[in-house]
Design a protein around this ligand. Structure first.
Ligand code: NAP
Ligand code: MG
Length: 489
């Protein structure tokens, strides 16, 4: 045991261009959810003082960074993307070991991170304002954009590379400096991304990285007087705390939170397409995506066939360690995540839904030291049941039978969330009805609920977000302020 511990690397904070230990002198292990004996690395449990130093460094660096040409800031992002690309296998394998998604999924996510960096590198040379005709014929009136200053970035564990990058890259390209607190659960993967920024030669203080408790470092970011904007992705409960805290001191905030995403399968759906997309949307990443499919609303004419073929396919899903080539679905990311999933499954049974398959923690040698759960399908789920209302964030779906598309839409909208939603149909009328009436930030026709493209706006309606959007050119709205300029000679 002693030798394993000494061989396992300790990852540090990154403050003002230097790798530093927590001033509290405390670290903790980051564990592999497929095998809890495997310590991925030790990460810092930081104190408020560490955050203060990071915020001071970011504040100090902001003046010079914002004055650089966008193209010069873009060059740094491009260099970072190349460094990540050169290490994609190591970063992806670390992600798999640290949070459990399969290696191909982890590699796909890392590739997305690279593409996001390149997209925003180009953003440094695109337009940031408009000329607006003044009523004074001698004057020139136009808008320009300025950075907020220091931005705090707080991220969850489910996309440990893509989410930090889709916040940090636009923050930097538009001239902000950053204090980043990743989920402690995936802090090693995050540290490997920060290493690439360091090696790209990013000026000191422009990006700072402090790991630790959400209640200490996350809350510290919310409350910090030198941080002008906070961008958060994570749970509903914490998100609302972030919003309230930021509002209280007049800071800008952006929240991306949960989902309870429906898929509607119409009588005229392409059955094979709907099945593949439902399974992929529901069970990839072990259901731990904010856009994961969790309610499957099926029209009665196709219900029995759909159900039968769905169950046949779900039963063939190979669950296991995400580093093994034959694994299709990895473990839950942590013990607490597994317990949450099992709690919801219990709740479903208690409230009278029928368990069609799965429902248990996996047992046996391959599964003993990890947090594995079976892919689970319920039917007879009523719209008011807990499993039809609350985000589970695990490999669990609720089948719901309806007569009409109108009834399907009614149920689909009958939740507090509105992140993403899909319909499978060949009928143009049903498609248009869905596009018009579905209350979700992402509506997808004949495609799974969990697809996202980095160049398009991303975010939810209702309680899924602060009604803001991330990614693509929409990111400029959060990371900059508009200045209206009037010039009279
Ligand atoms: P979480 O518990 O809300 O944590 C998110 C981040 O907030 C972590 O870095 C966490 O730190 C930090 N945090 C915890 N308590 C805090 C506090 N009091 N003040 C400030 N920060 C605090 O969420 P999670 O369990 O990691 O992630 C799962 C959730 O994320 C799901 O609800 C999912 O739907 C949502 N999600 C949404 C999107 C989207 O774009 N809509 C995308 C992915 C995930 P720790 O390191 O201490 O945990
Ligand atoms: Mg872990």
């Amino acid at each position: 045991m002693g030798s394993t511990v000494s061989e396992t690397k300790t990852y540090l904070n990154y403050v003002n261009g230097e790798w530093t230990s927590s001033s509290a002198g405390q670290t903790e292990p980051s564990l592999n959810p497929a095998n809890r004996g495997d310590v991925v690395g030790y990460v810092q449990v930081s104190a408020p003082e560490d955050l203060n130093k990071a915020a001071a460094a970011a504040k100090e660096a902001a003046g010079t960074w914002r004055k650089l040409a966008g193209a010069v800031r873009g060059d740094y992002l491009y260099k970072v993307s190349n460094l990540i690309e050169a290490r994609i296998d190591d970063i992806a394998a670390t992600m798999t070991r640290e949070m459990g998604k399969t290696f191909p999924e982890a590699k796909g996510e890392t590739a997305r991170g690279i593409a996001i960096l390149r997209y925003y590198a180009g953003e440094g040379m695109r337009k940031i304002g408009d000329v607006i005709p003044s009523t004074d014929s001698e004057a020139l009136m136009f808008t320009t954009r300025v950075p907020l200053g220091v931005v705090g970035v707080i991220t969850p564990w489910n996309f440990p590379v893509a989410i930090p990058i889709w916040k940090i890259a636009p923050a930097l390209i538009y001239g902000n400096t950053v204090v980043f607190k990743p989920a402690q659960e995936t802090a090693v993967t995050a540290a490997k991304i920060i290493e690439c920024f360091h090696e790209a030669g990013l000026p000191k203080g422009v990006l700072n990285f402090v790991t630790g408790r959400g209640s200490v470092i996350g809350q510290g970011i919310i409350d910090h007087p030198d941080i002008q904007g906070v961008t958060f992705t994570g749970s509903d409960t914490v998100g609302k705390q972030v919003g309230l805290g930021a509002l209280k001191r007049g800071a800008k905030y952006q929240l991306e939170m949960g989902g309870k995403n429906p898929v509607i399968v119409a009588n005229d759906a392409d059955l094979e397409q709907a099945l593949e997309a439902t399974i992929s949307g529901a069970f990839r990443s072990t259901g731990q995506k904010c856009t994961a499919t969790s309610r499957v609303i099926v029209q009665s004419g196709i219900y029995d066939t759909f159900k039968e073929q769905l169950l046949a396919k779900v039963k063939t899903i190979k669950v296991g360690d995400g580093l093994k080539a034959d694994t299709w679905m990895g473990p839950c990311a942590s013990e607490s995540q597994l317990n949450t999933v099992l709690h919801y499954i219990d709740k479903g049974v208690q409230e009278g839904a029928w368990l069609l398959c799965g429902g248990n923690r996996l047992a046996g040698e391959e599964y003993e030291s990890g947090w594995f759960v079976e892919p689970t399908v319920f039917e007879g789920v009523e719209r008011g049941m807990t499993i039809a209302q609350e985000e589970i964030f695990g490999p669990v779906i609720a089948l719901m039978k309806v007569e009409t598309i109108q009834e399907a839409l009614d149920i689909a909208n009958d939740v507090k969330y509105g992140l993403s939603a899909s319909i499978f149909t060949k009928n143009i009328g049903s498609m248009l009805e869905f596009i018009r009436d579905m209350d979700a930030g992402l509506v997808r026709i004949n495609a799974e609920s969990a697809g996202v493209e980095l160049q398009a706006p991303f975010g939810g309606m209702k309680q899924s977000s602060s009604h803001s959007r991330e990614q693509g050119q929409a990111a400029i709205e959060f990371f900059t302020s508009i200045k209206t300029v009037f010039v009279k000679p």
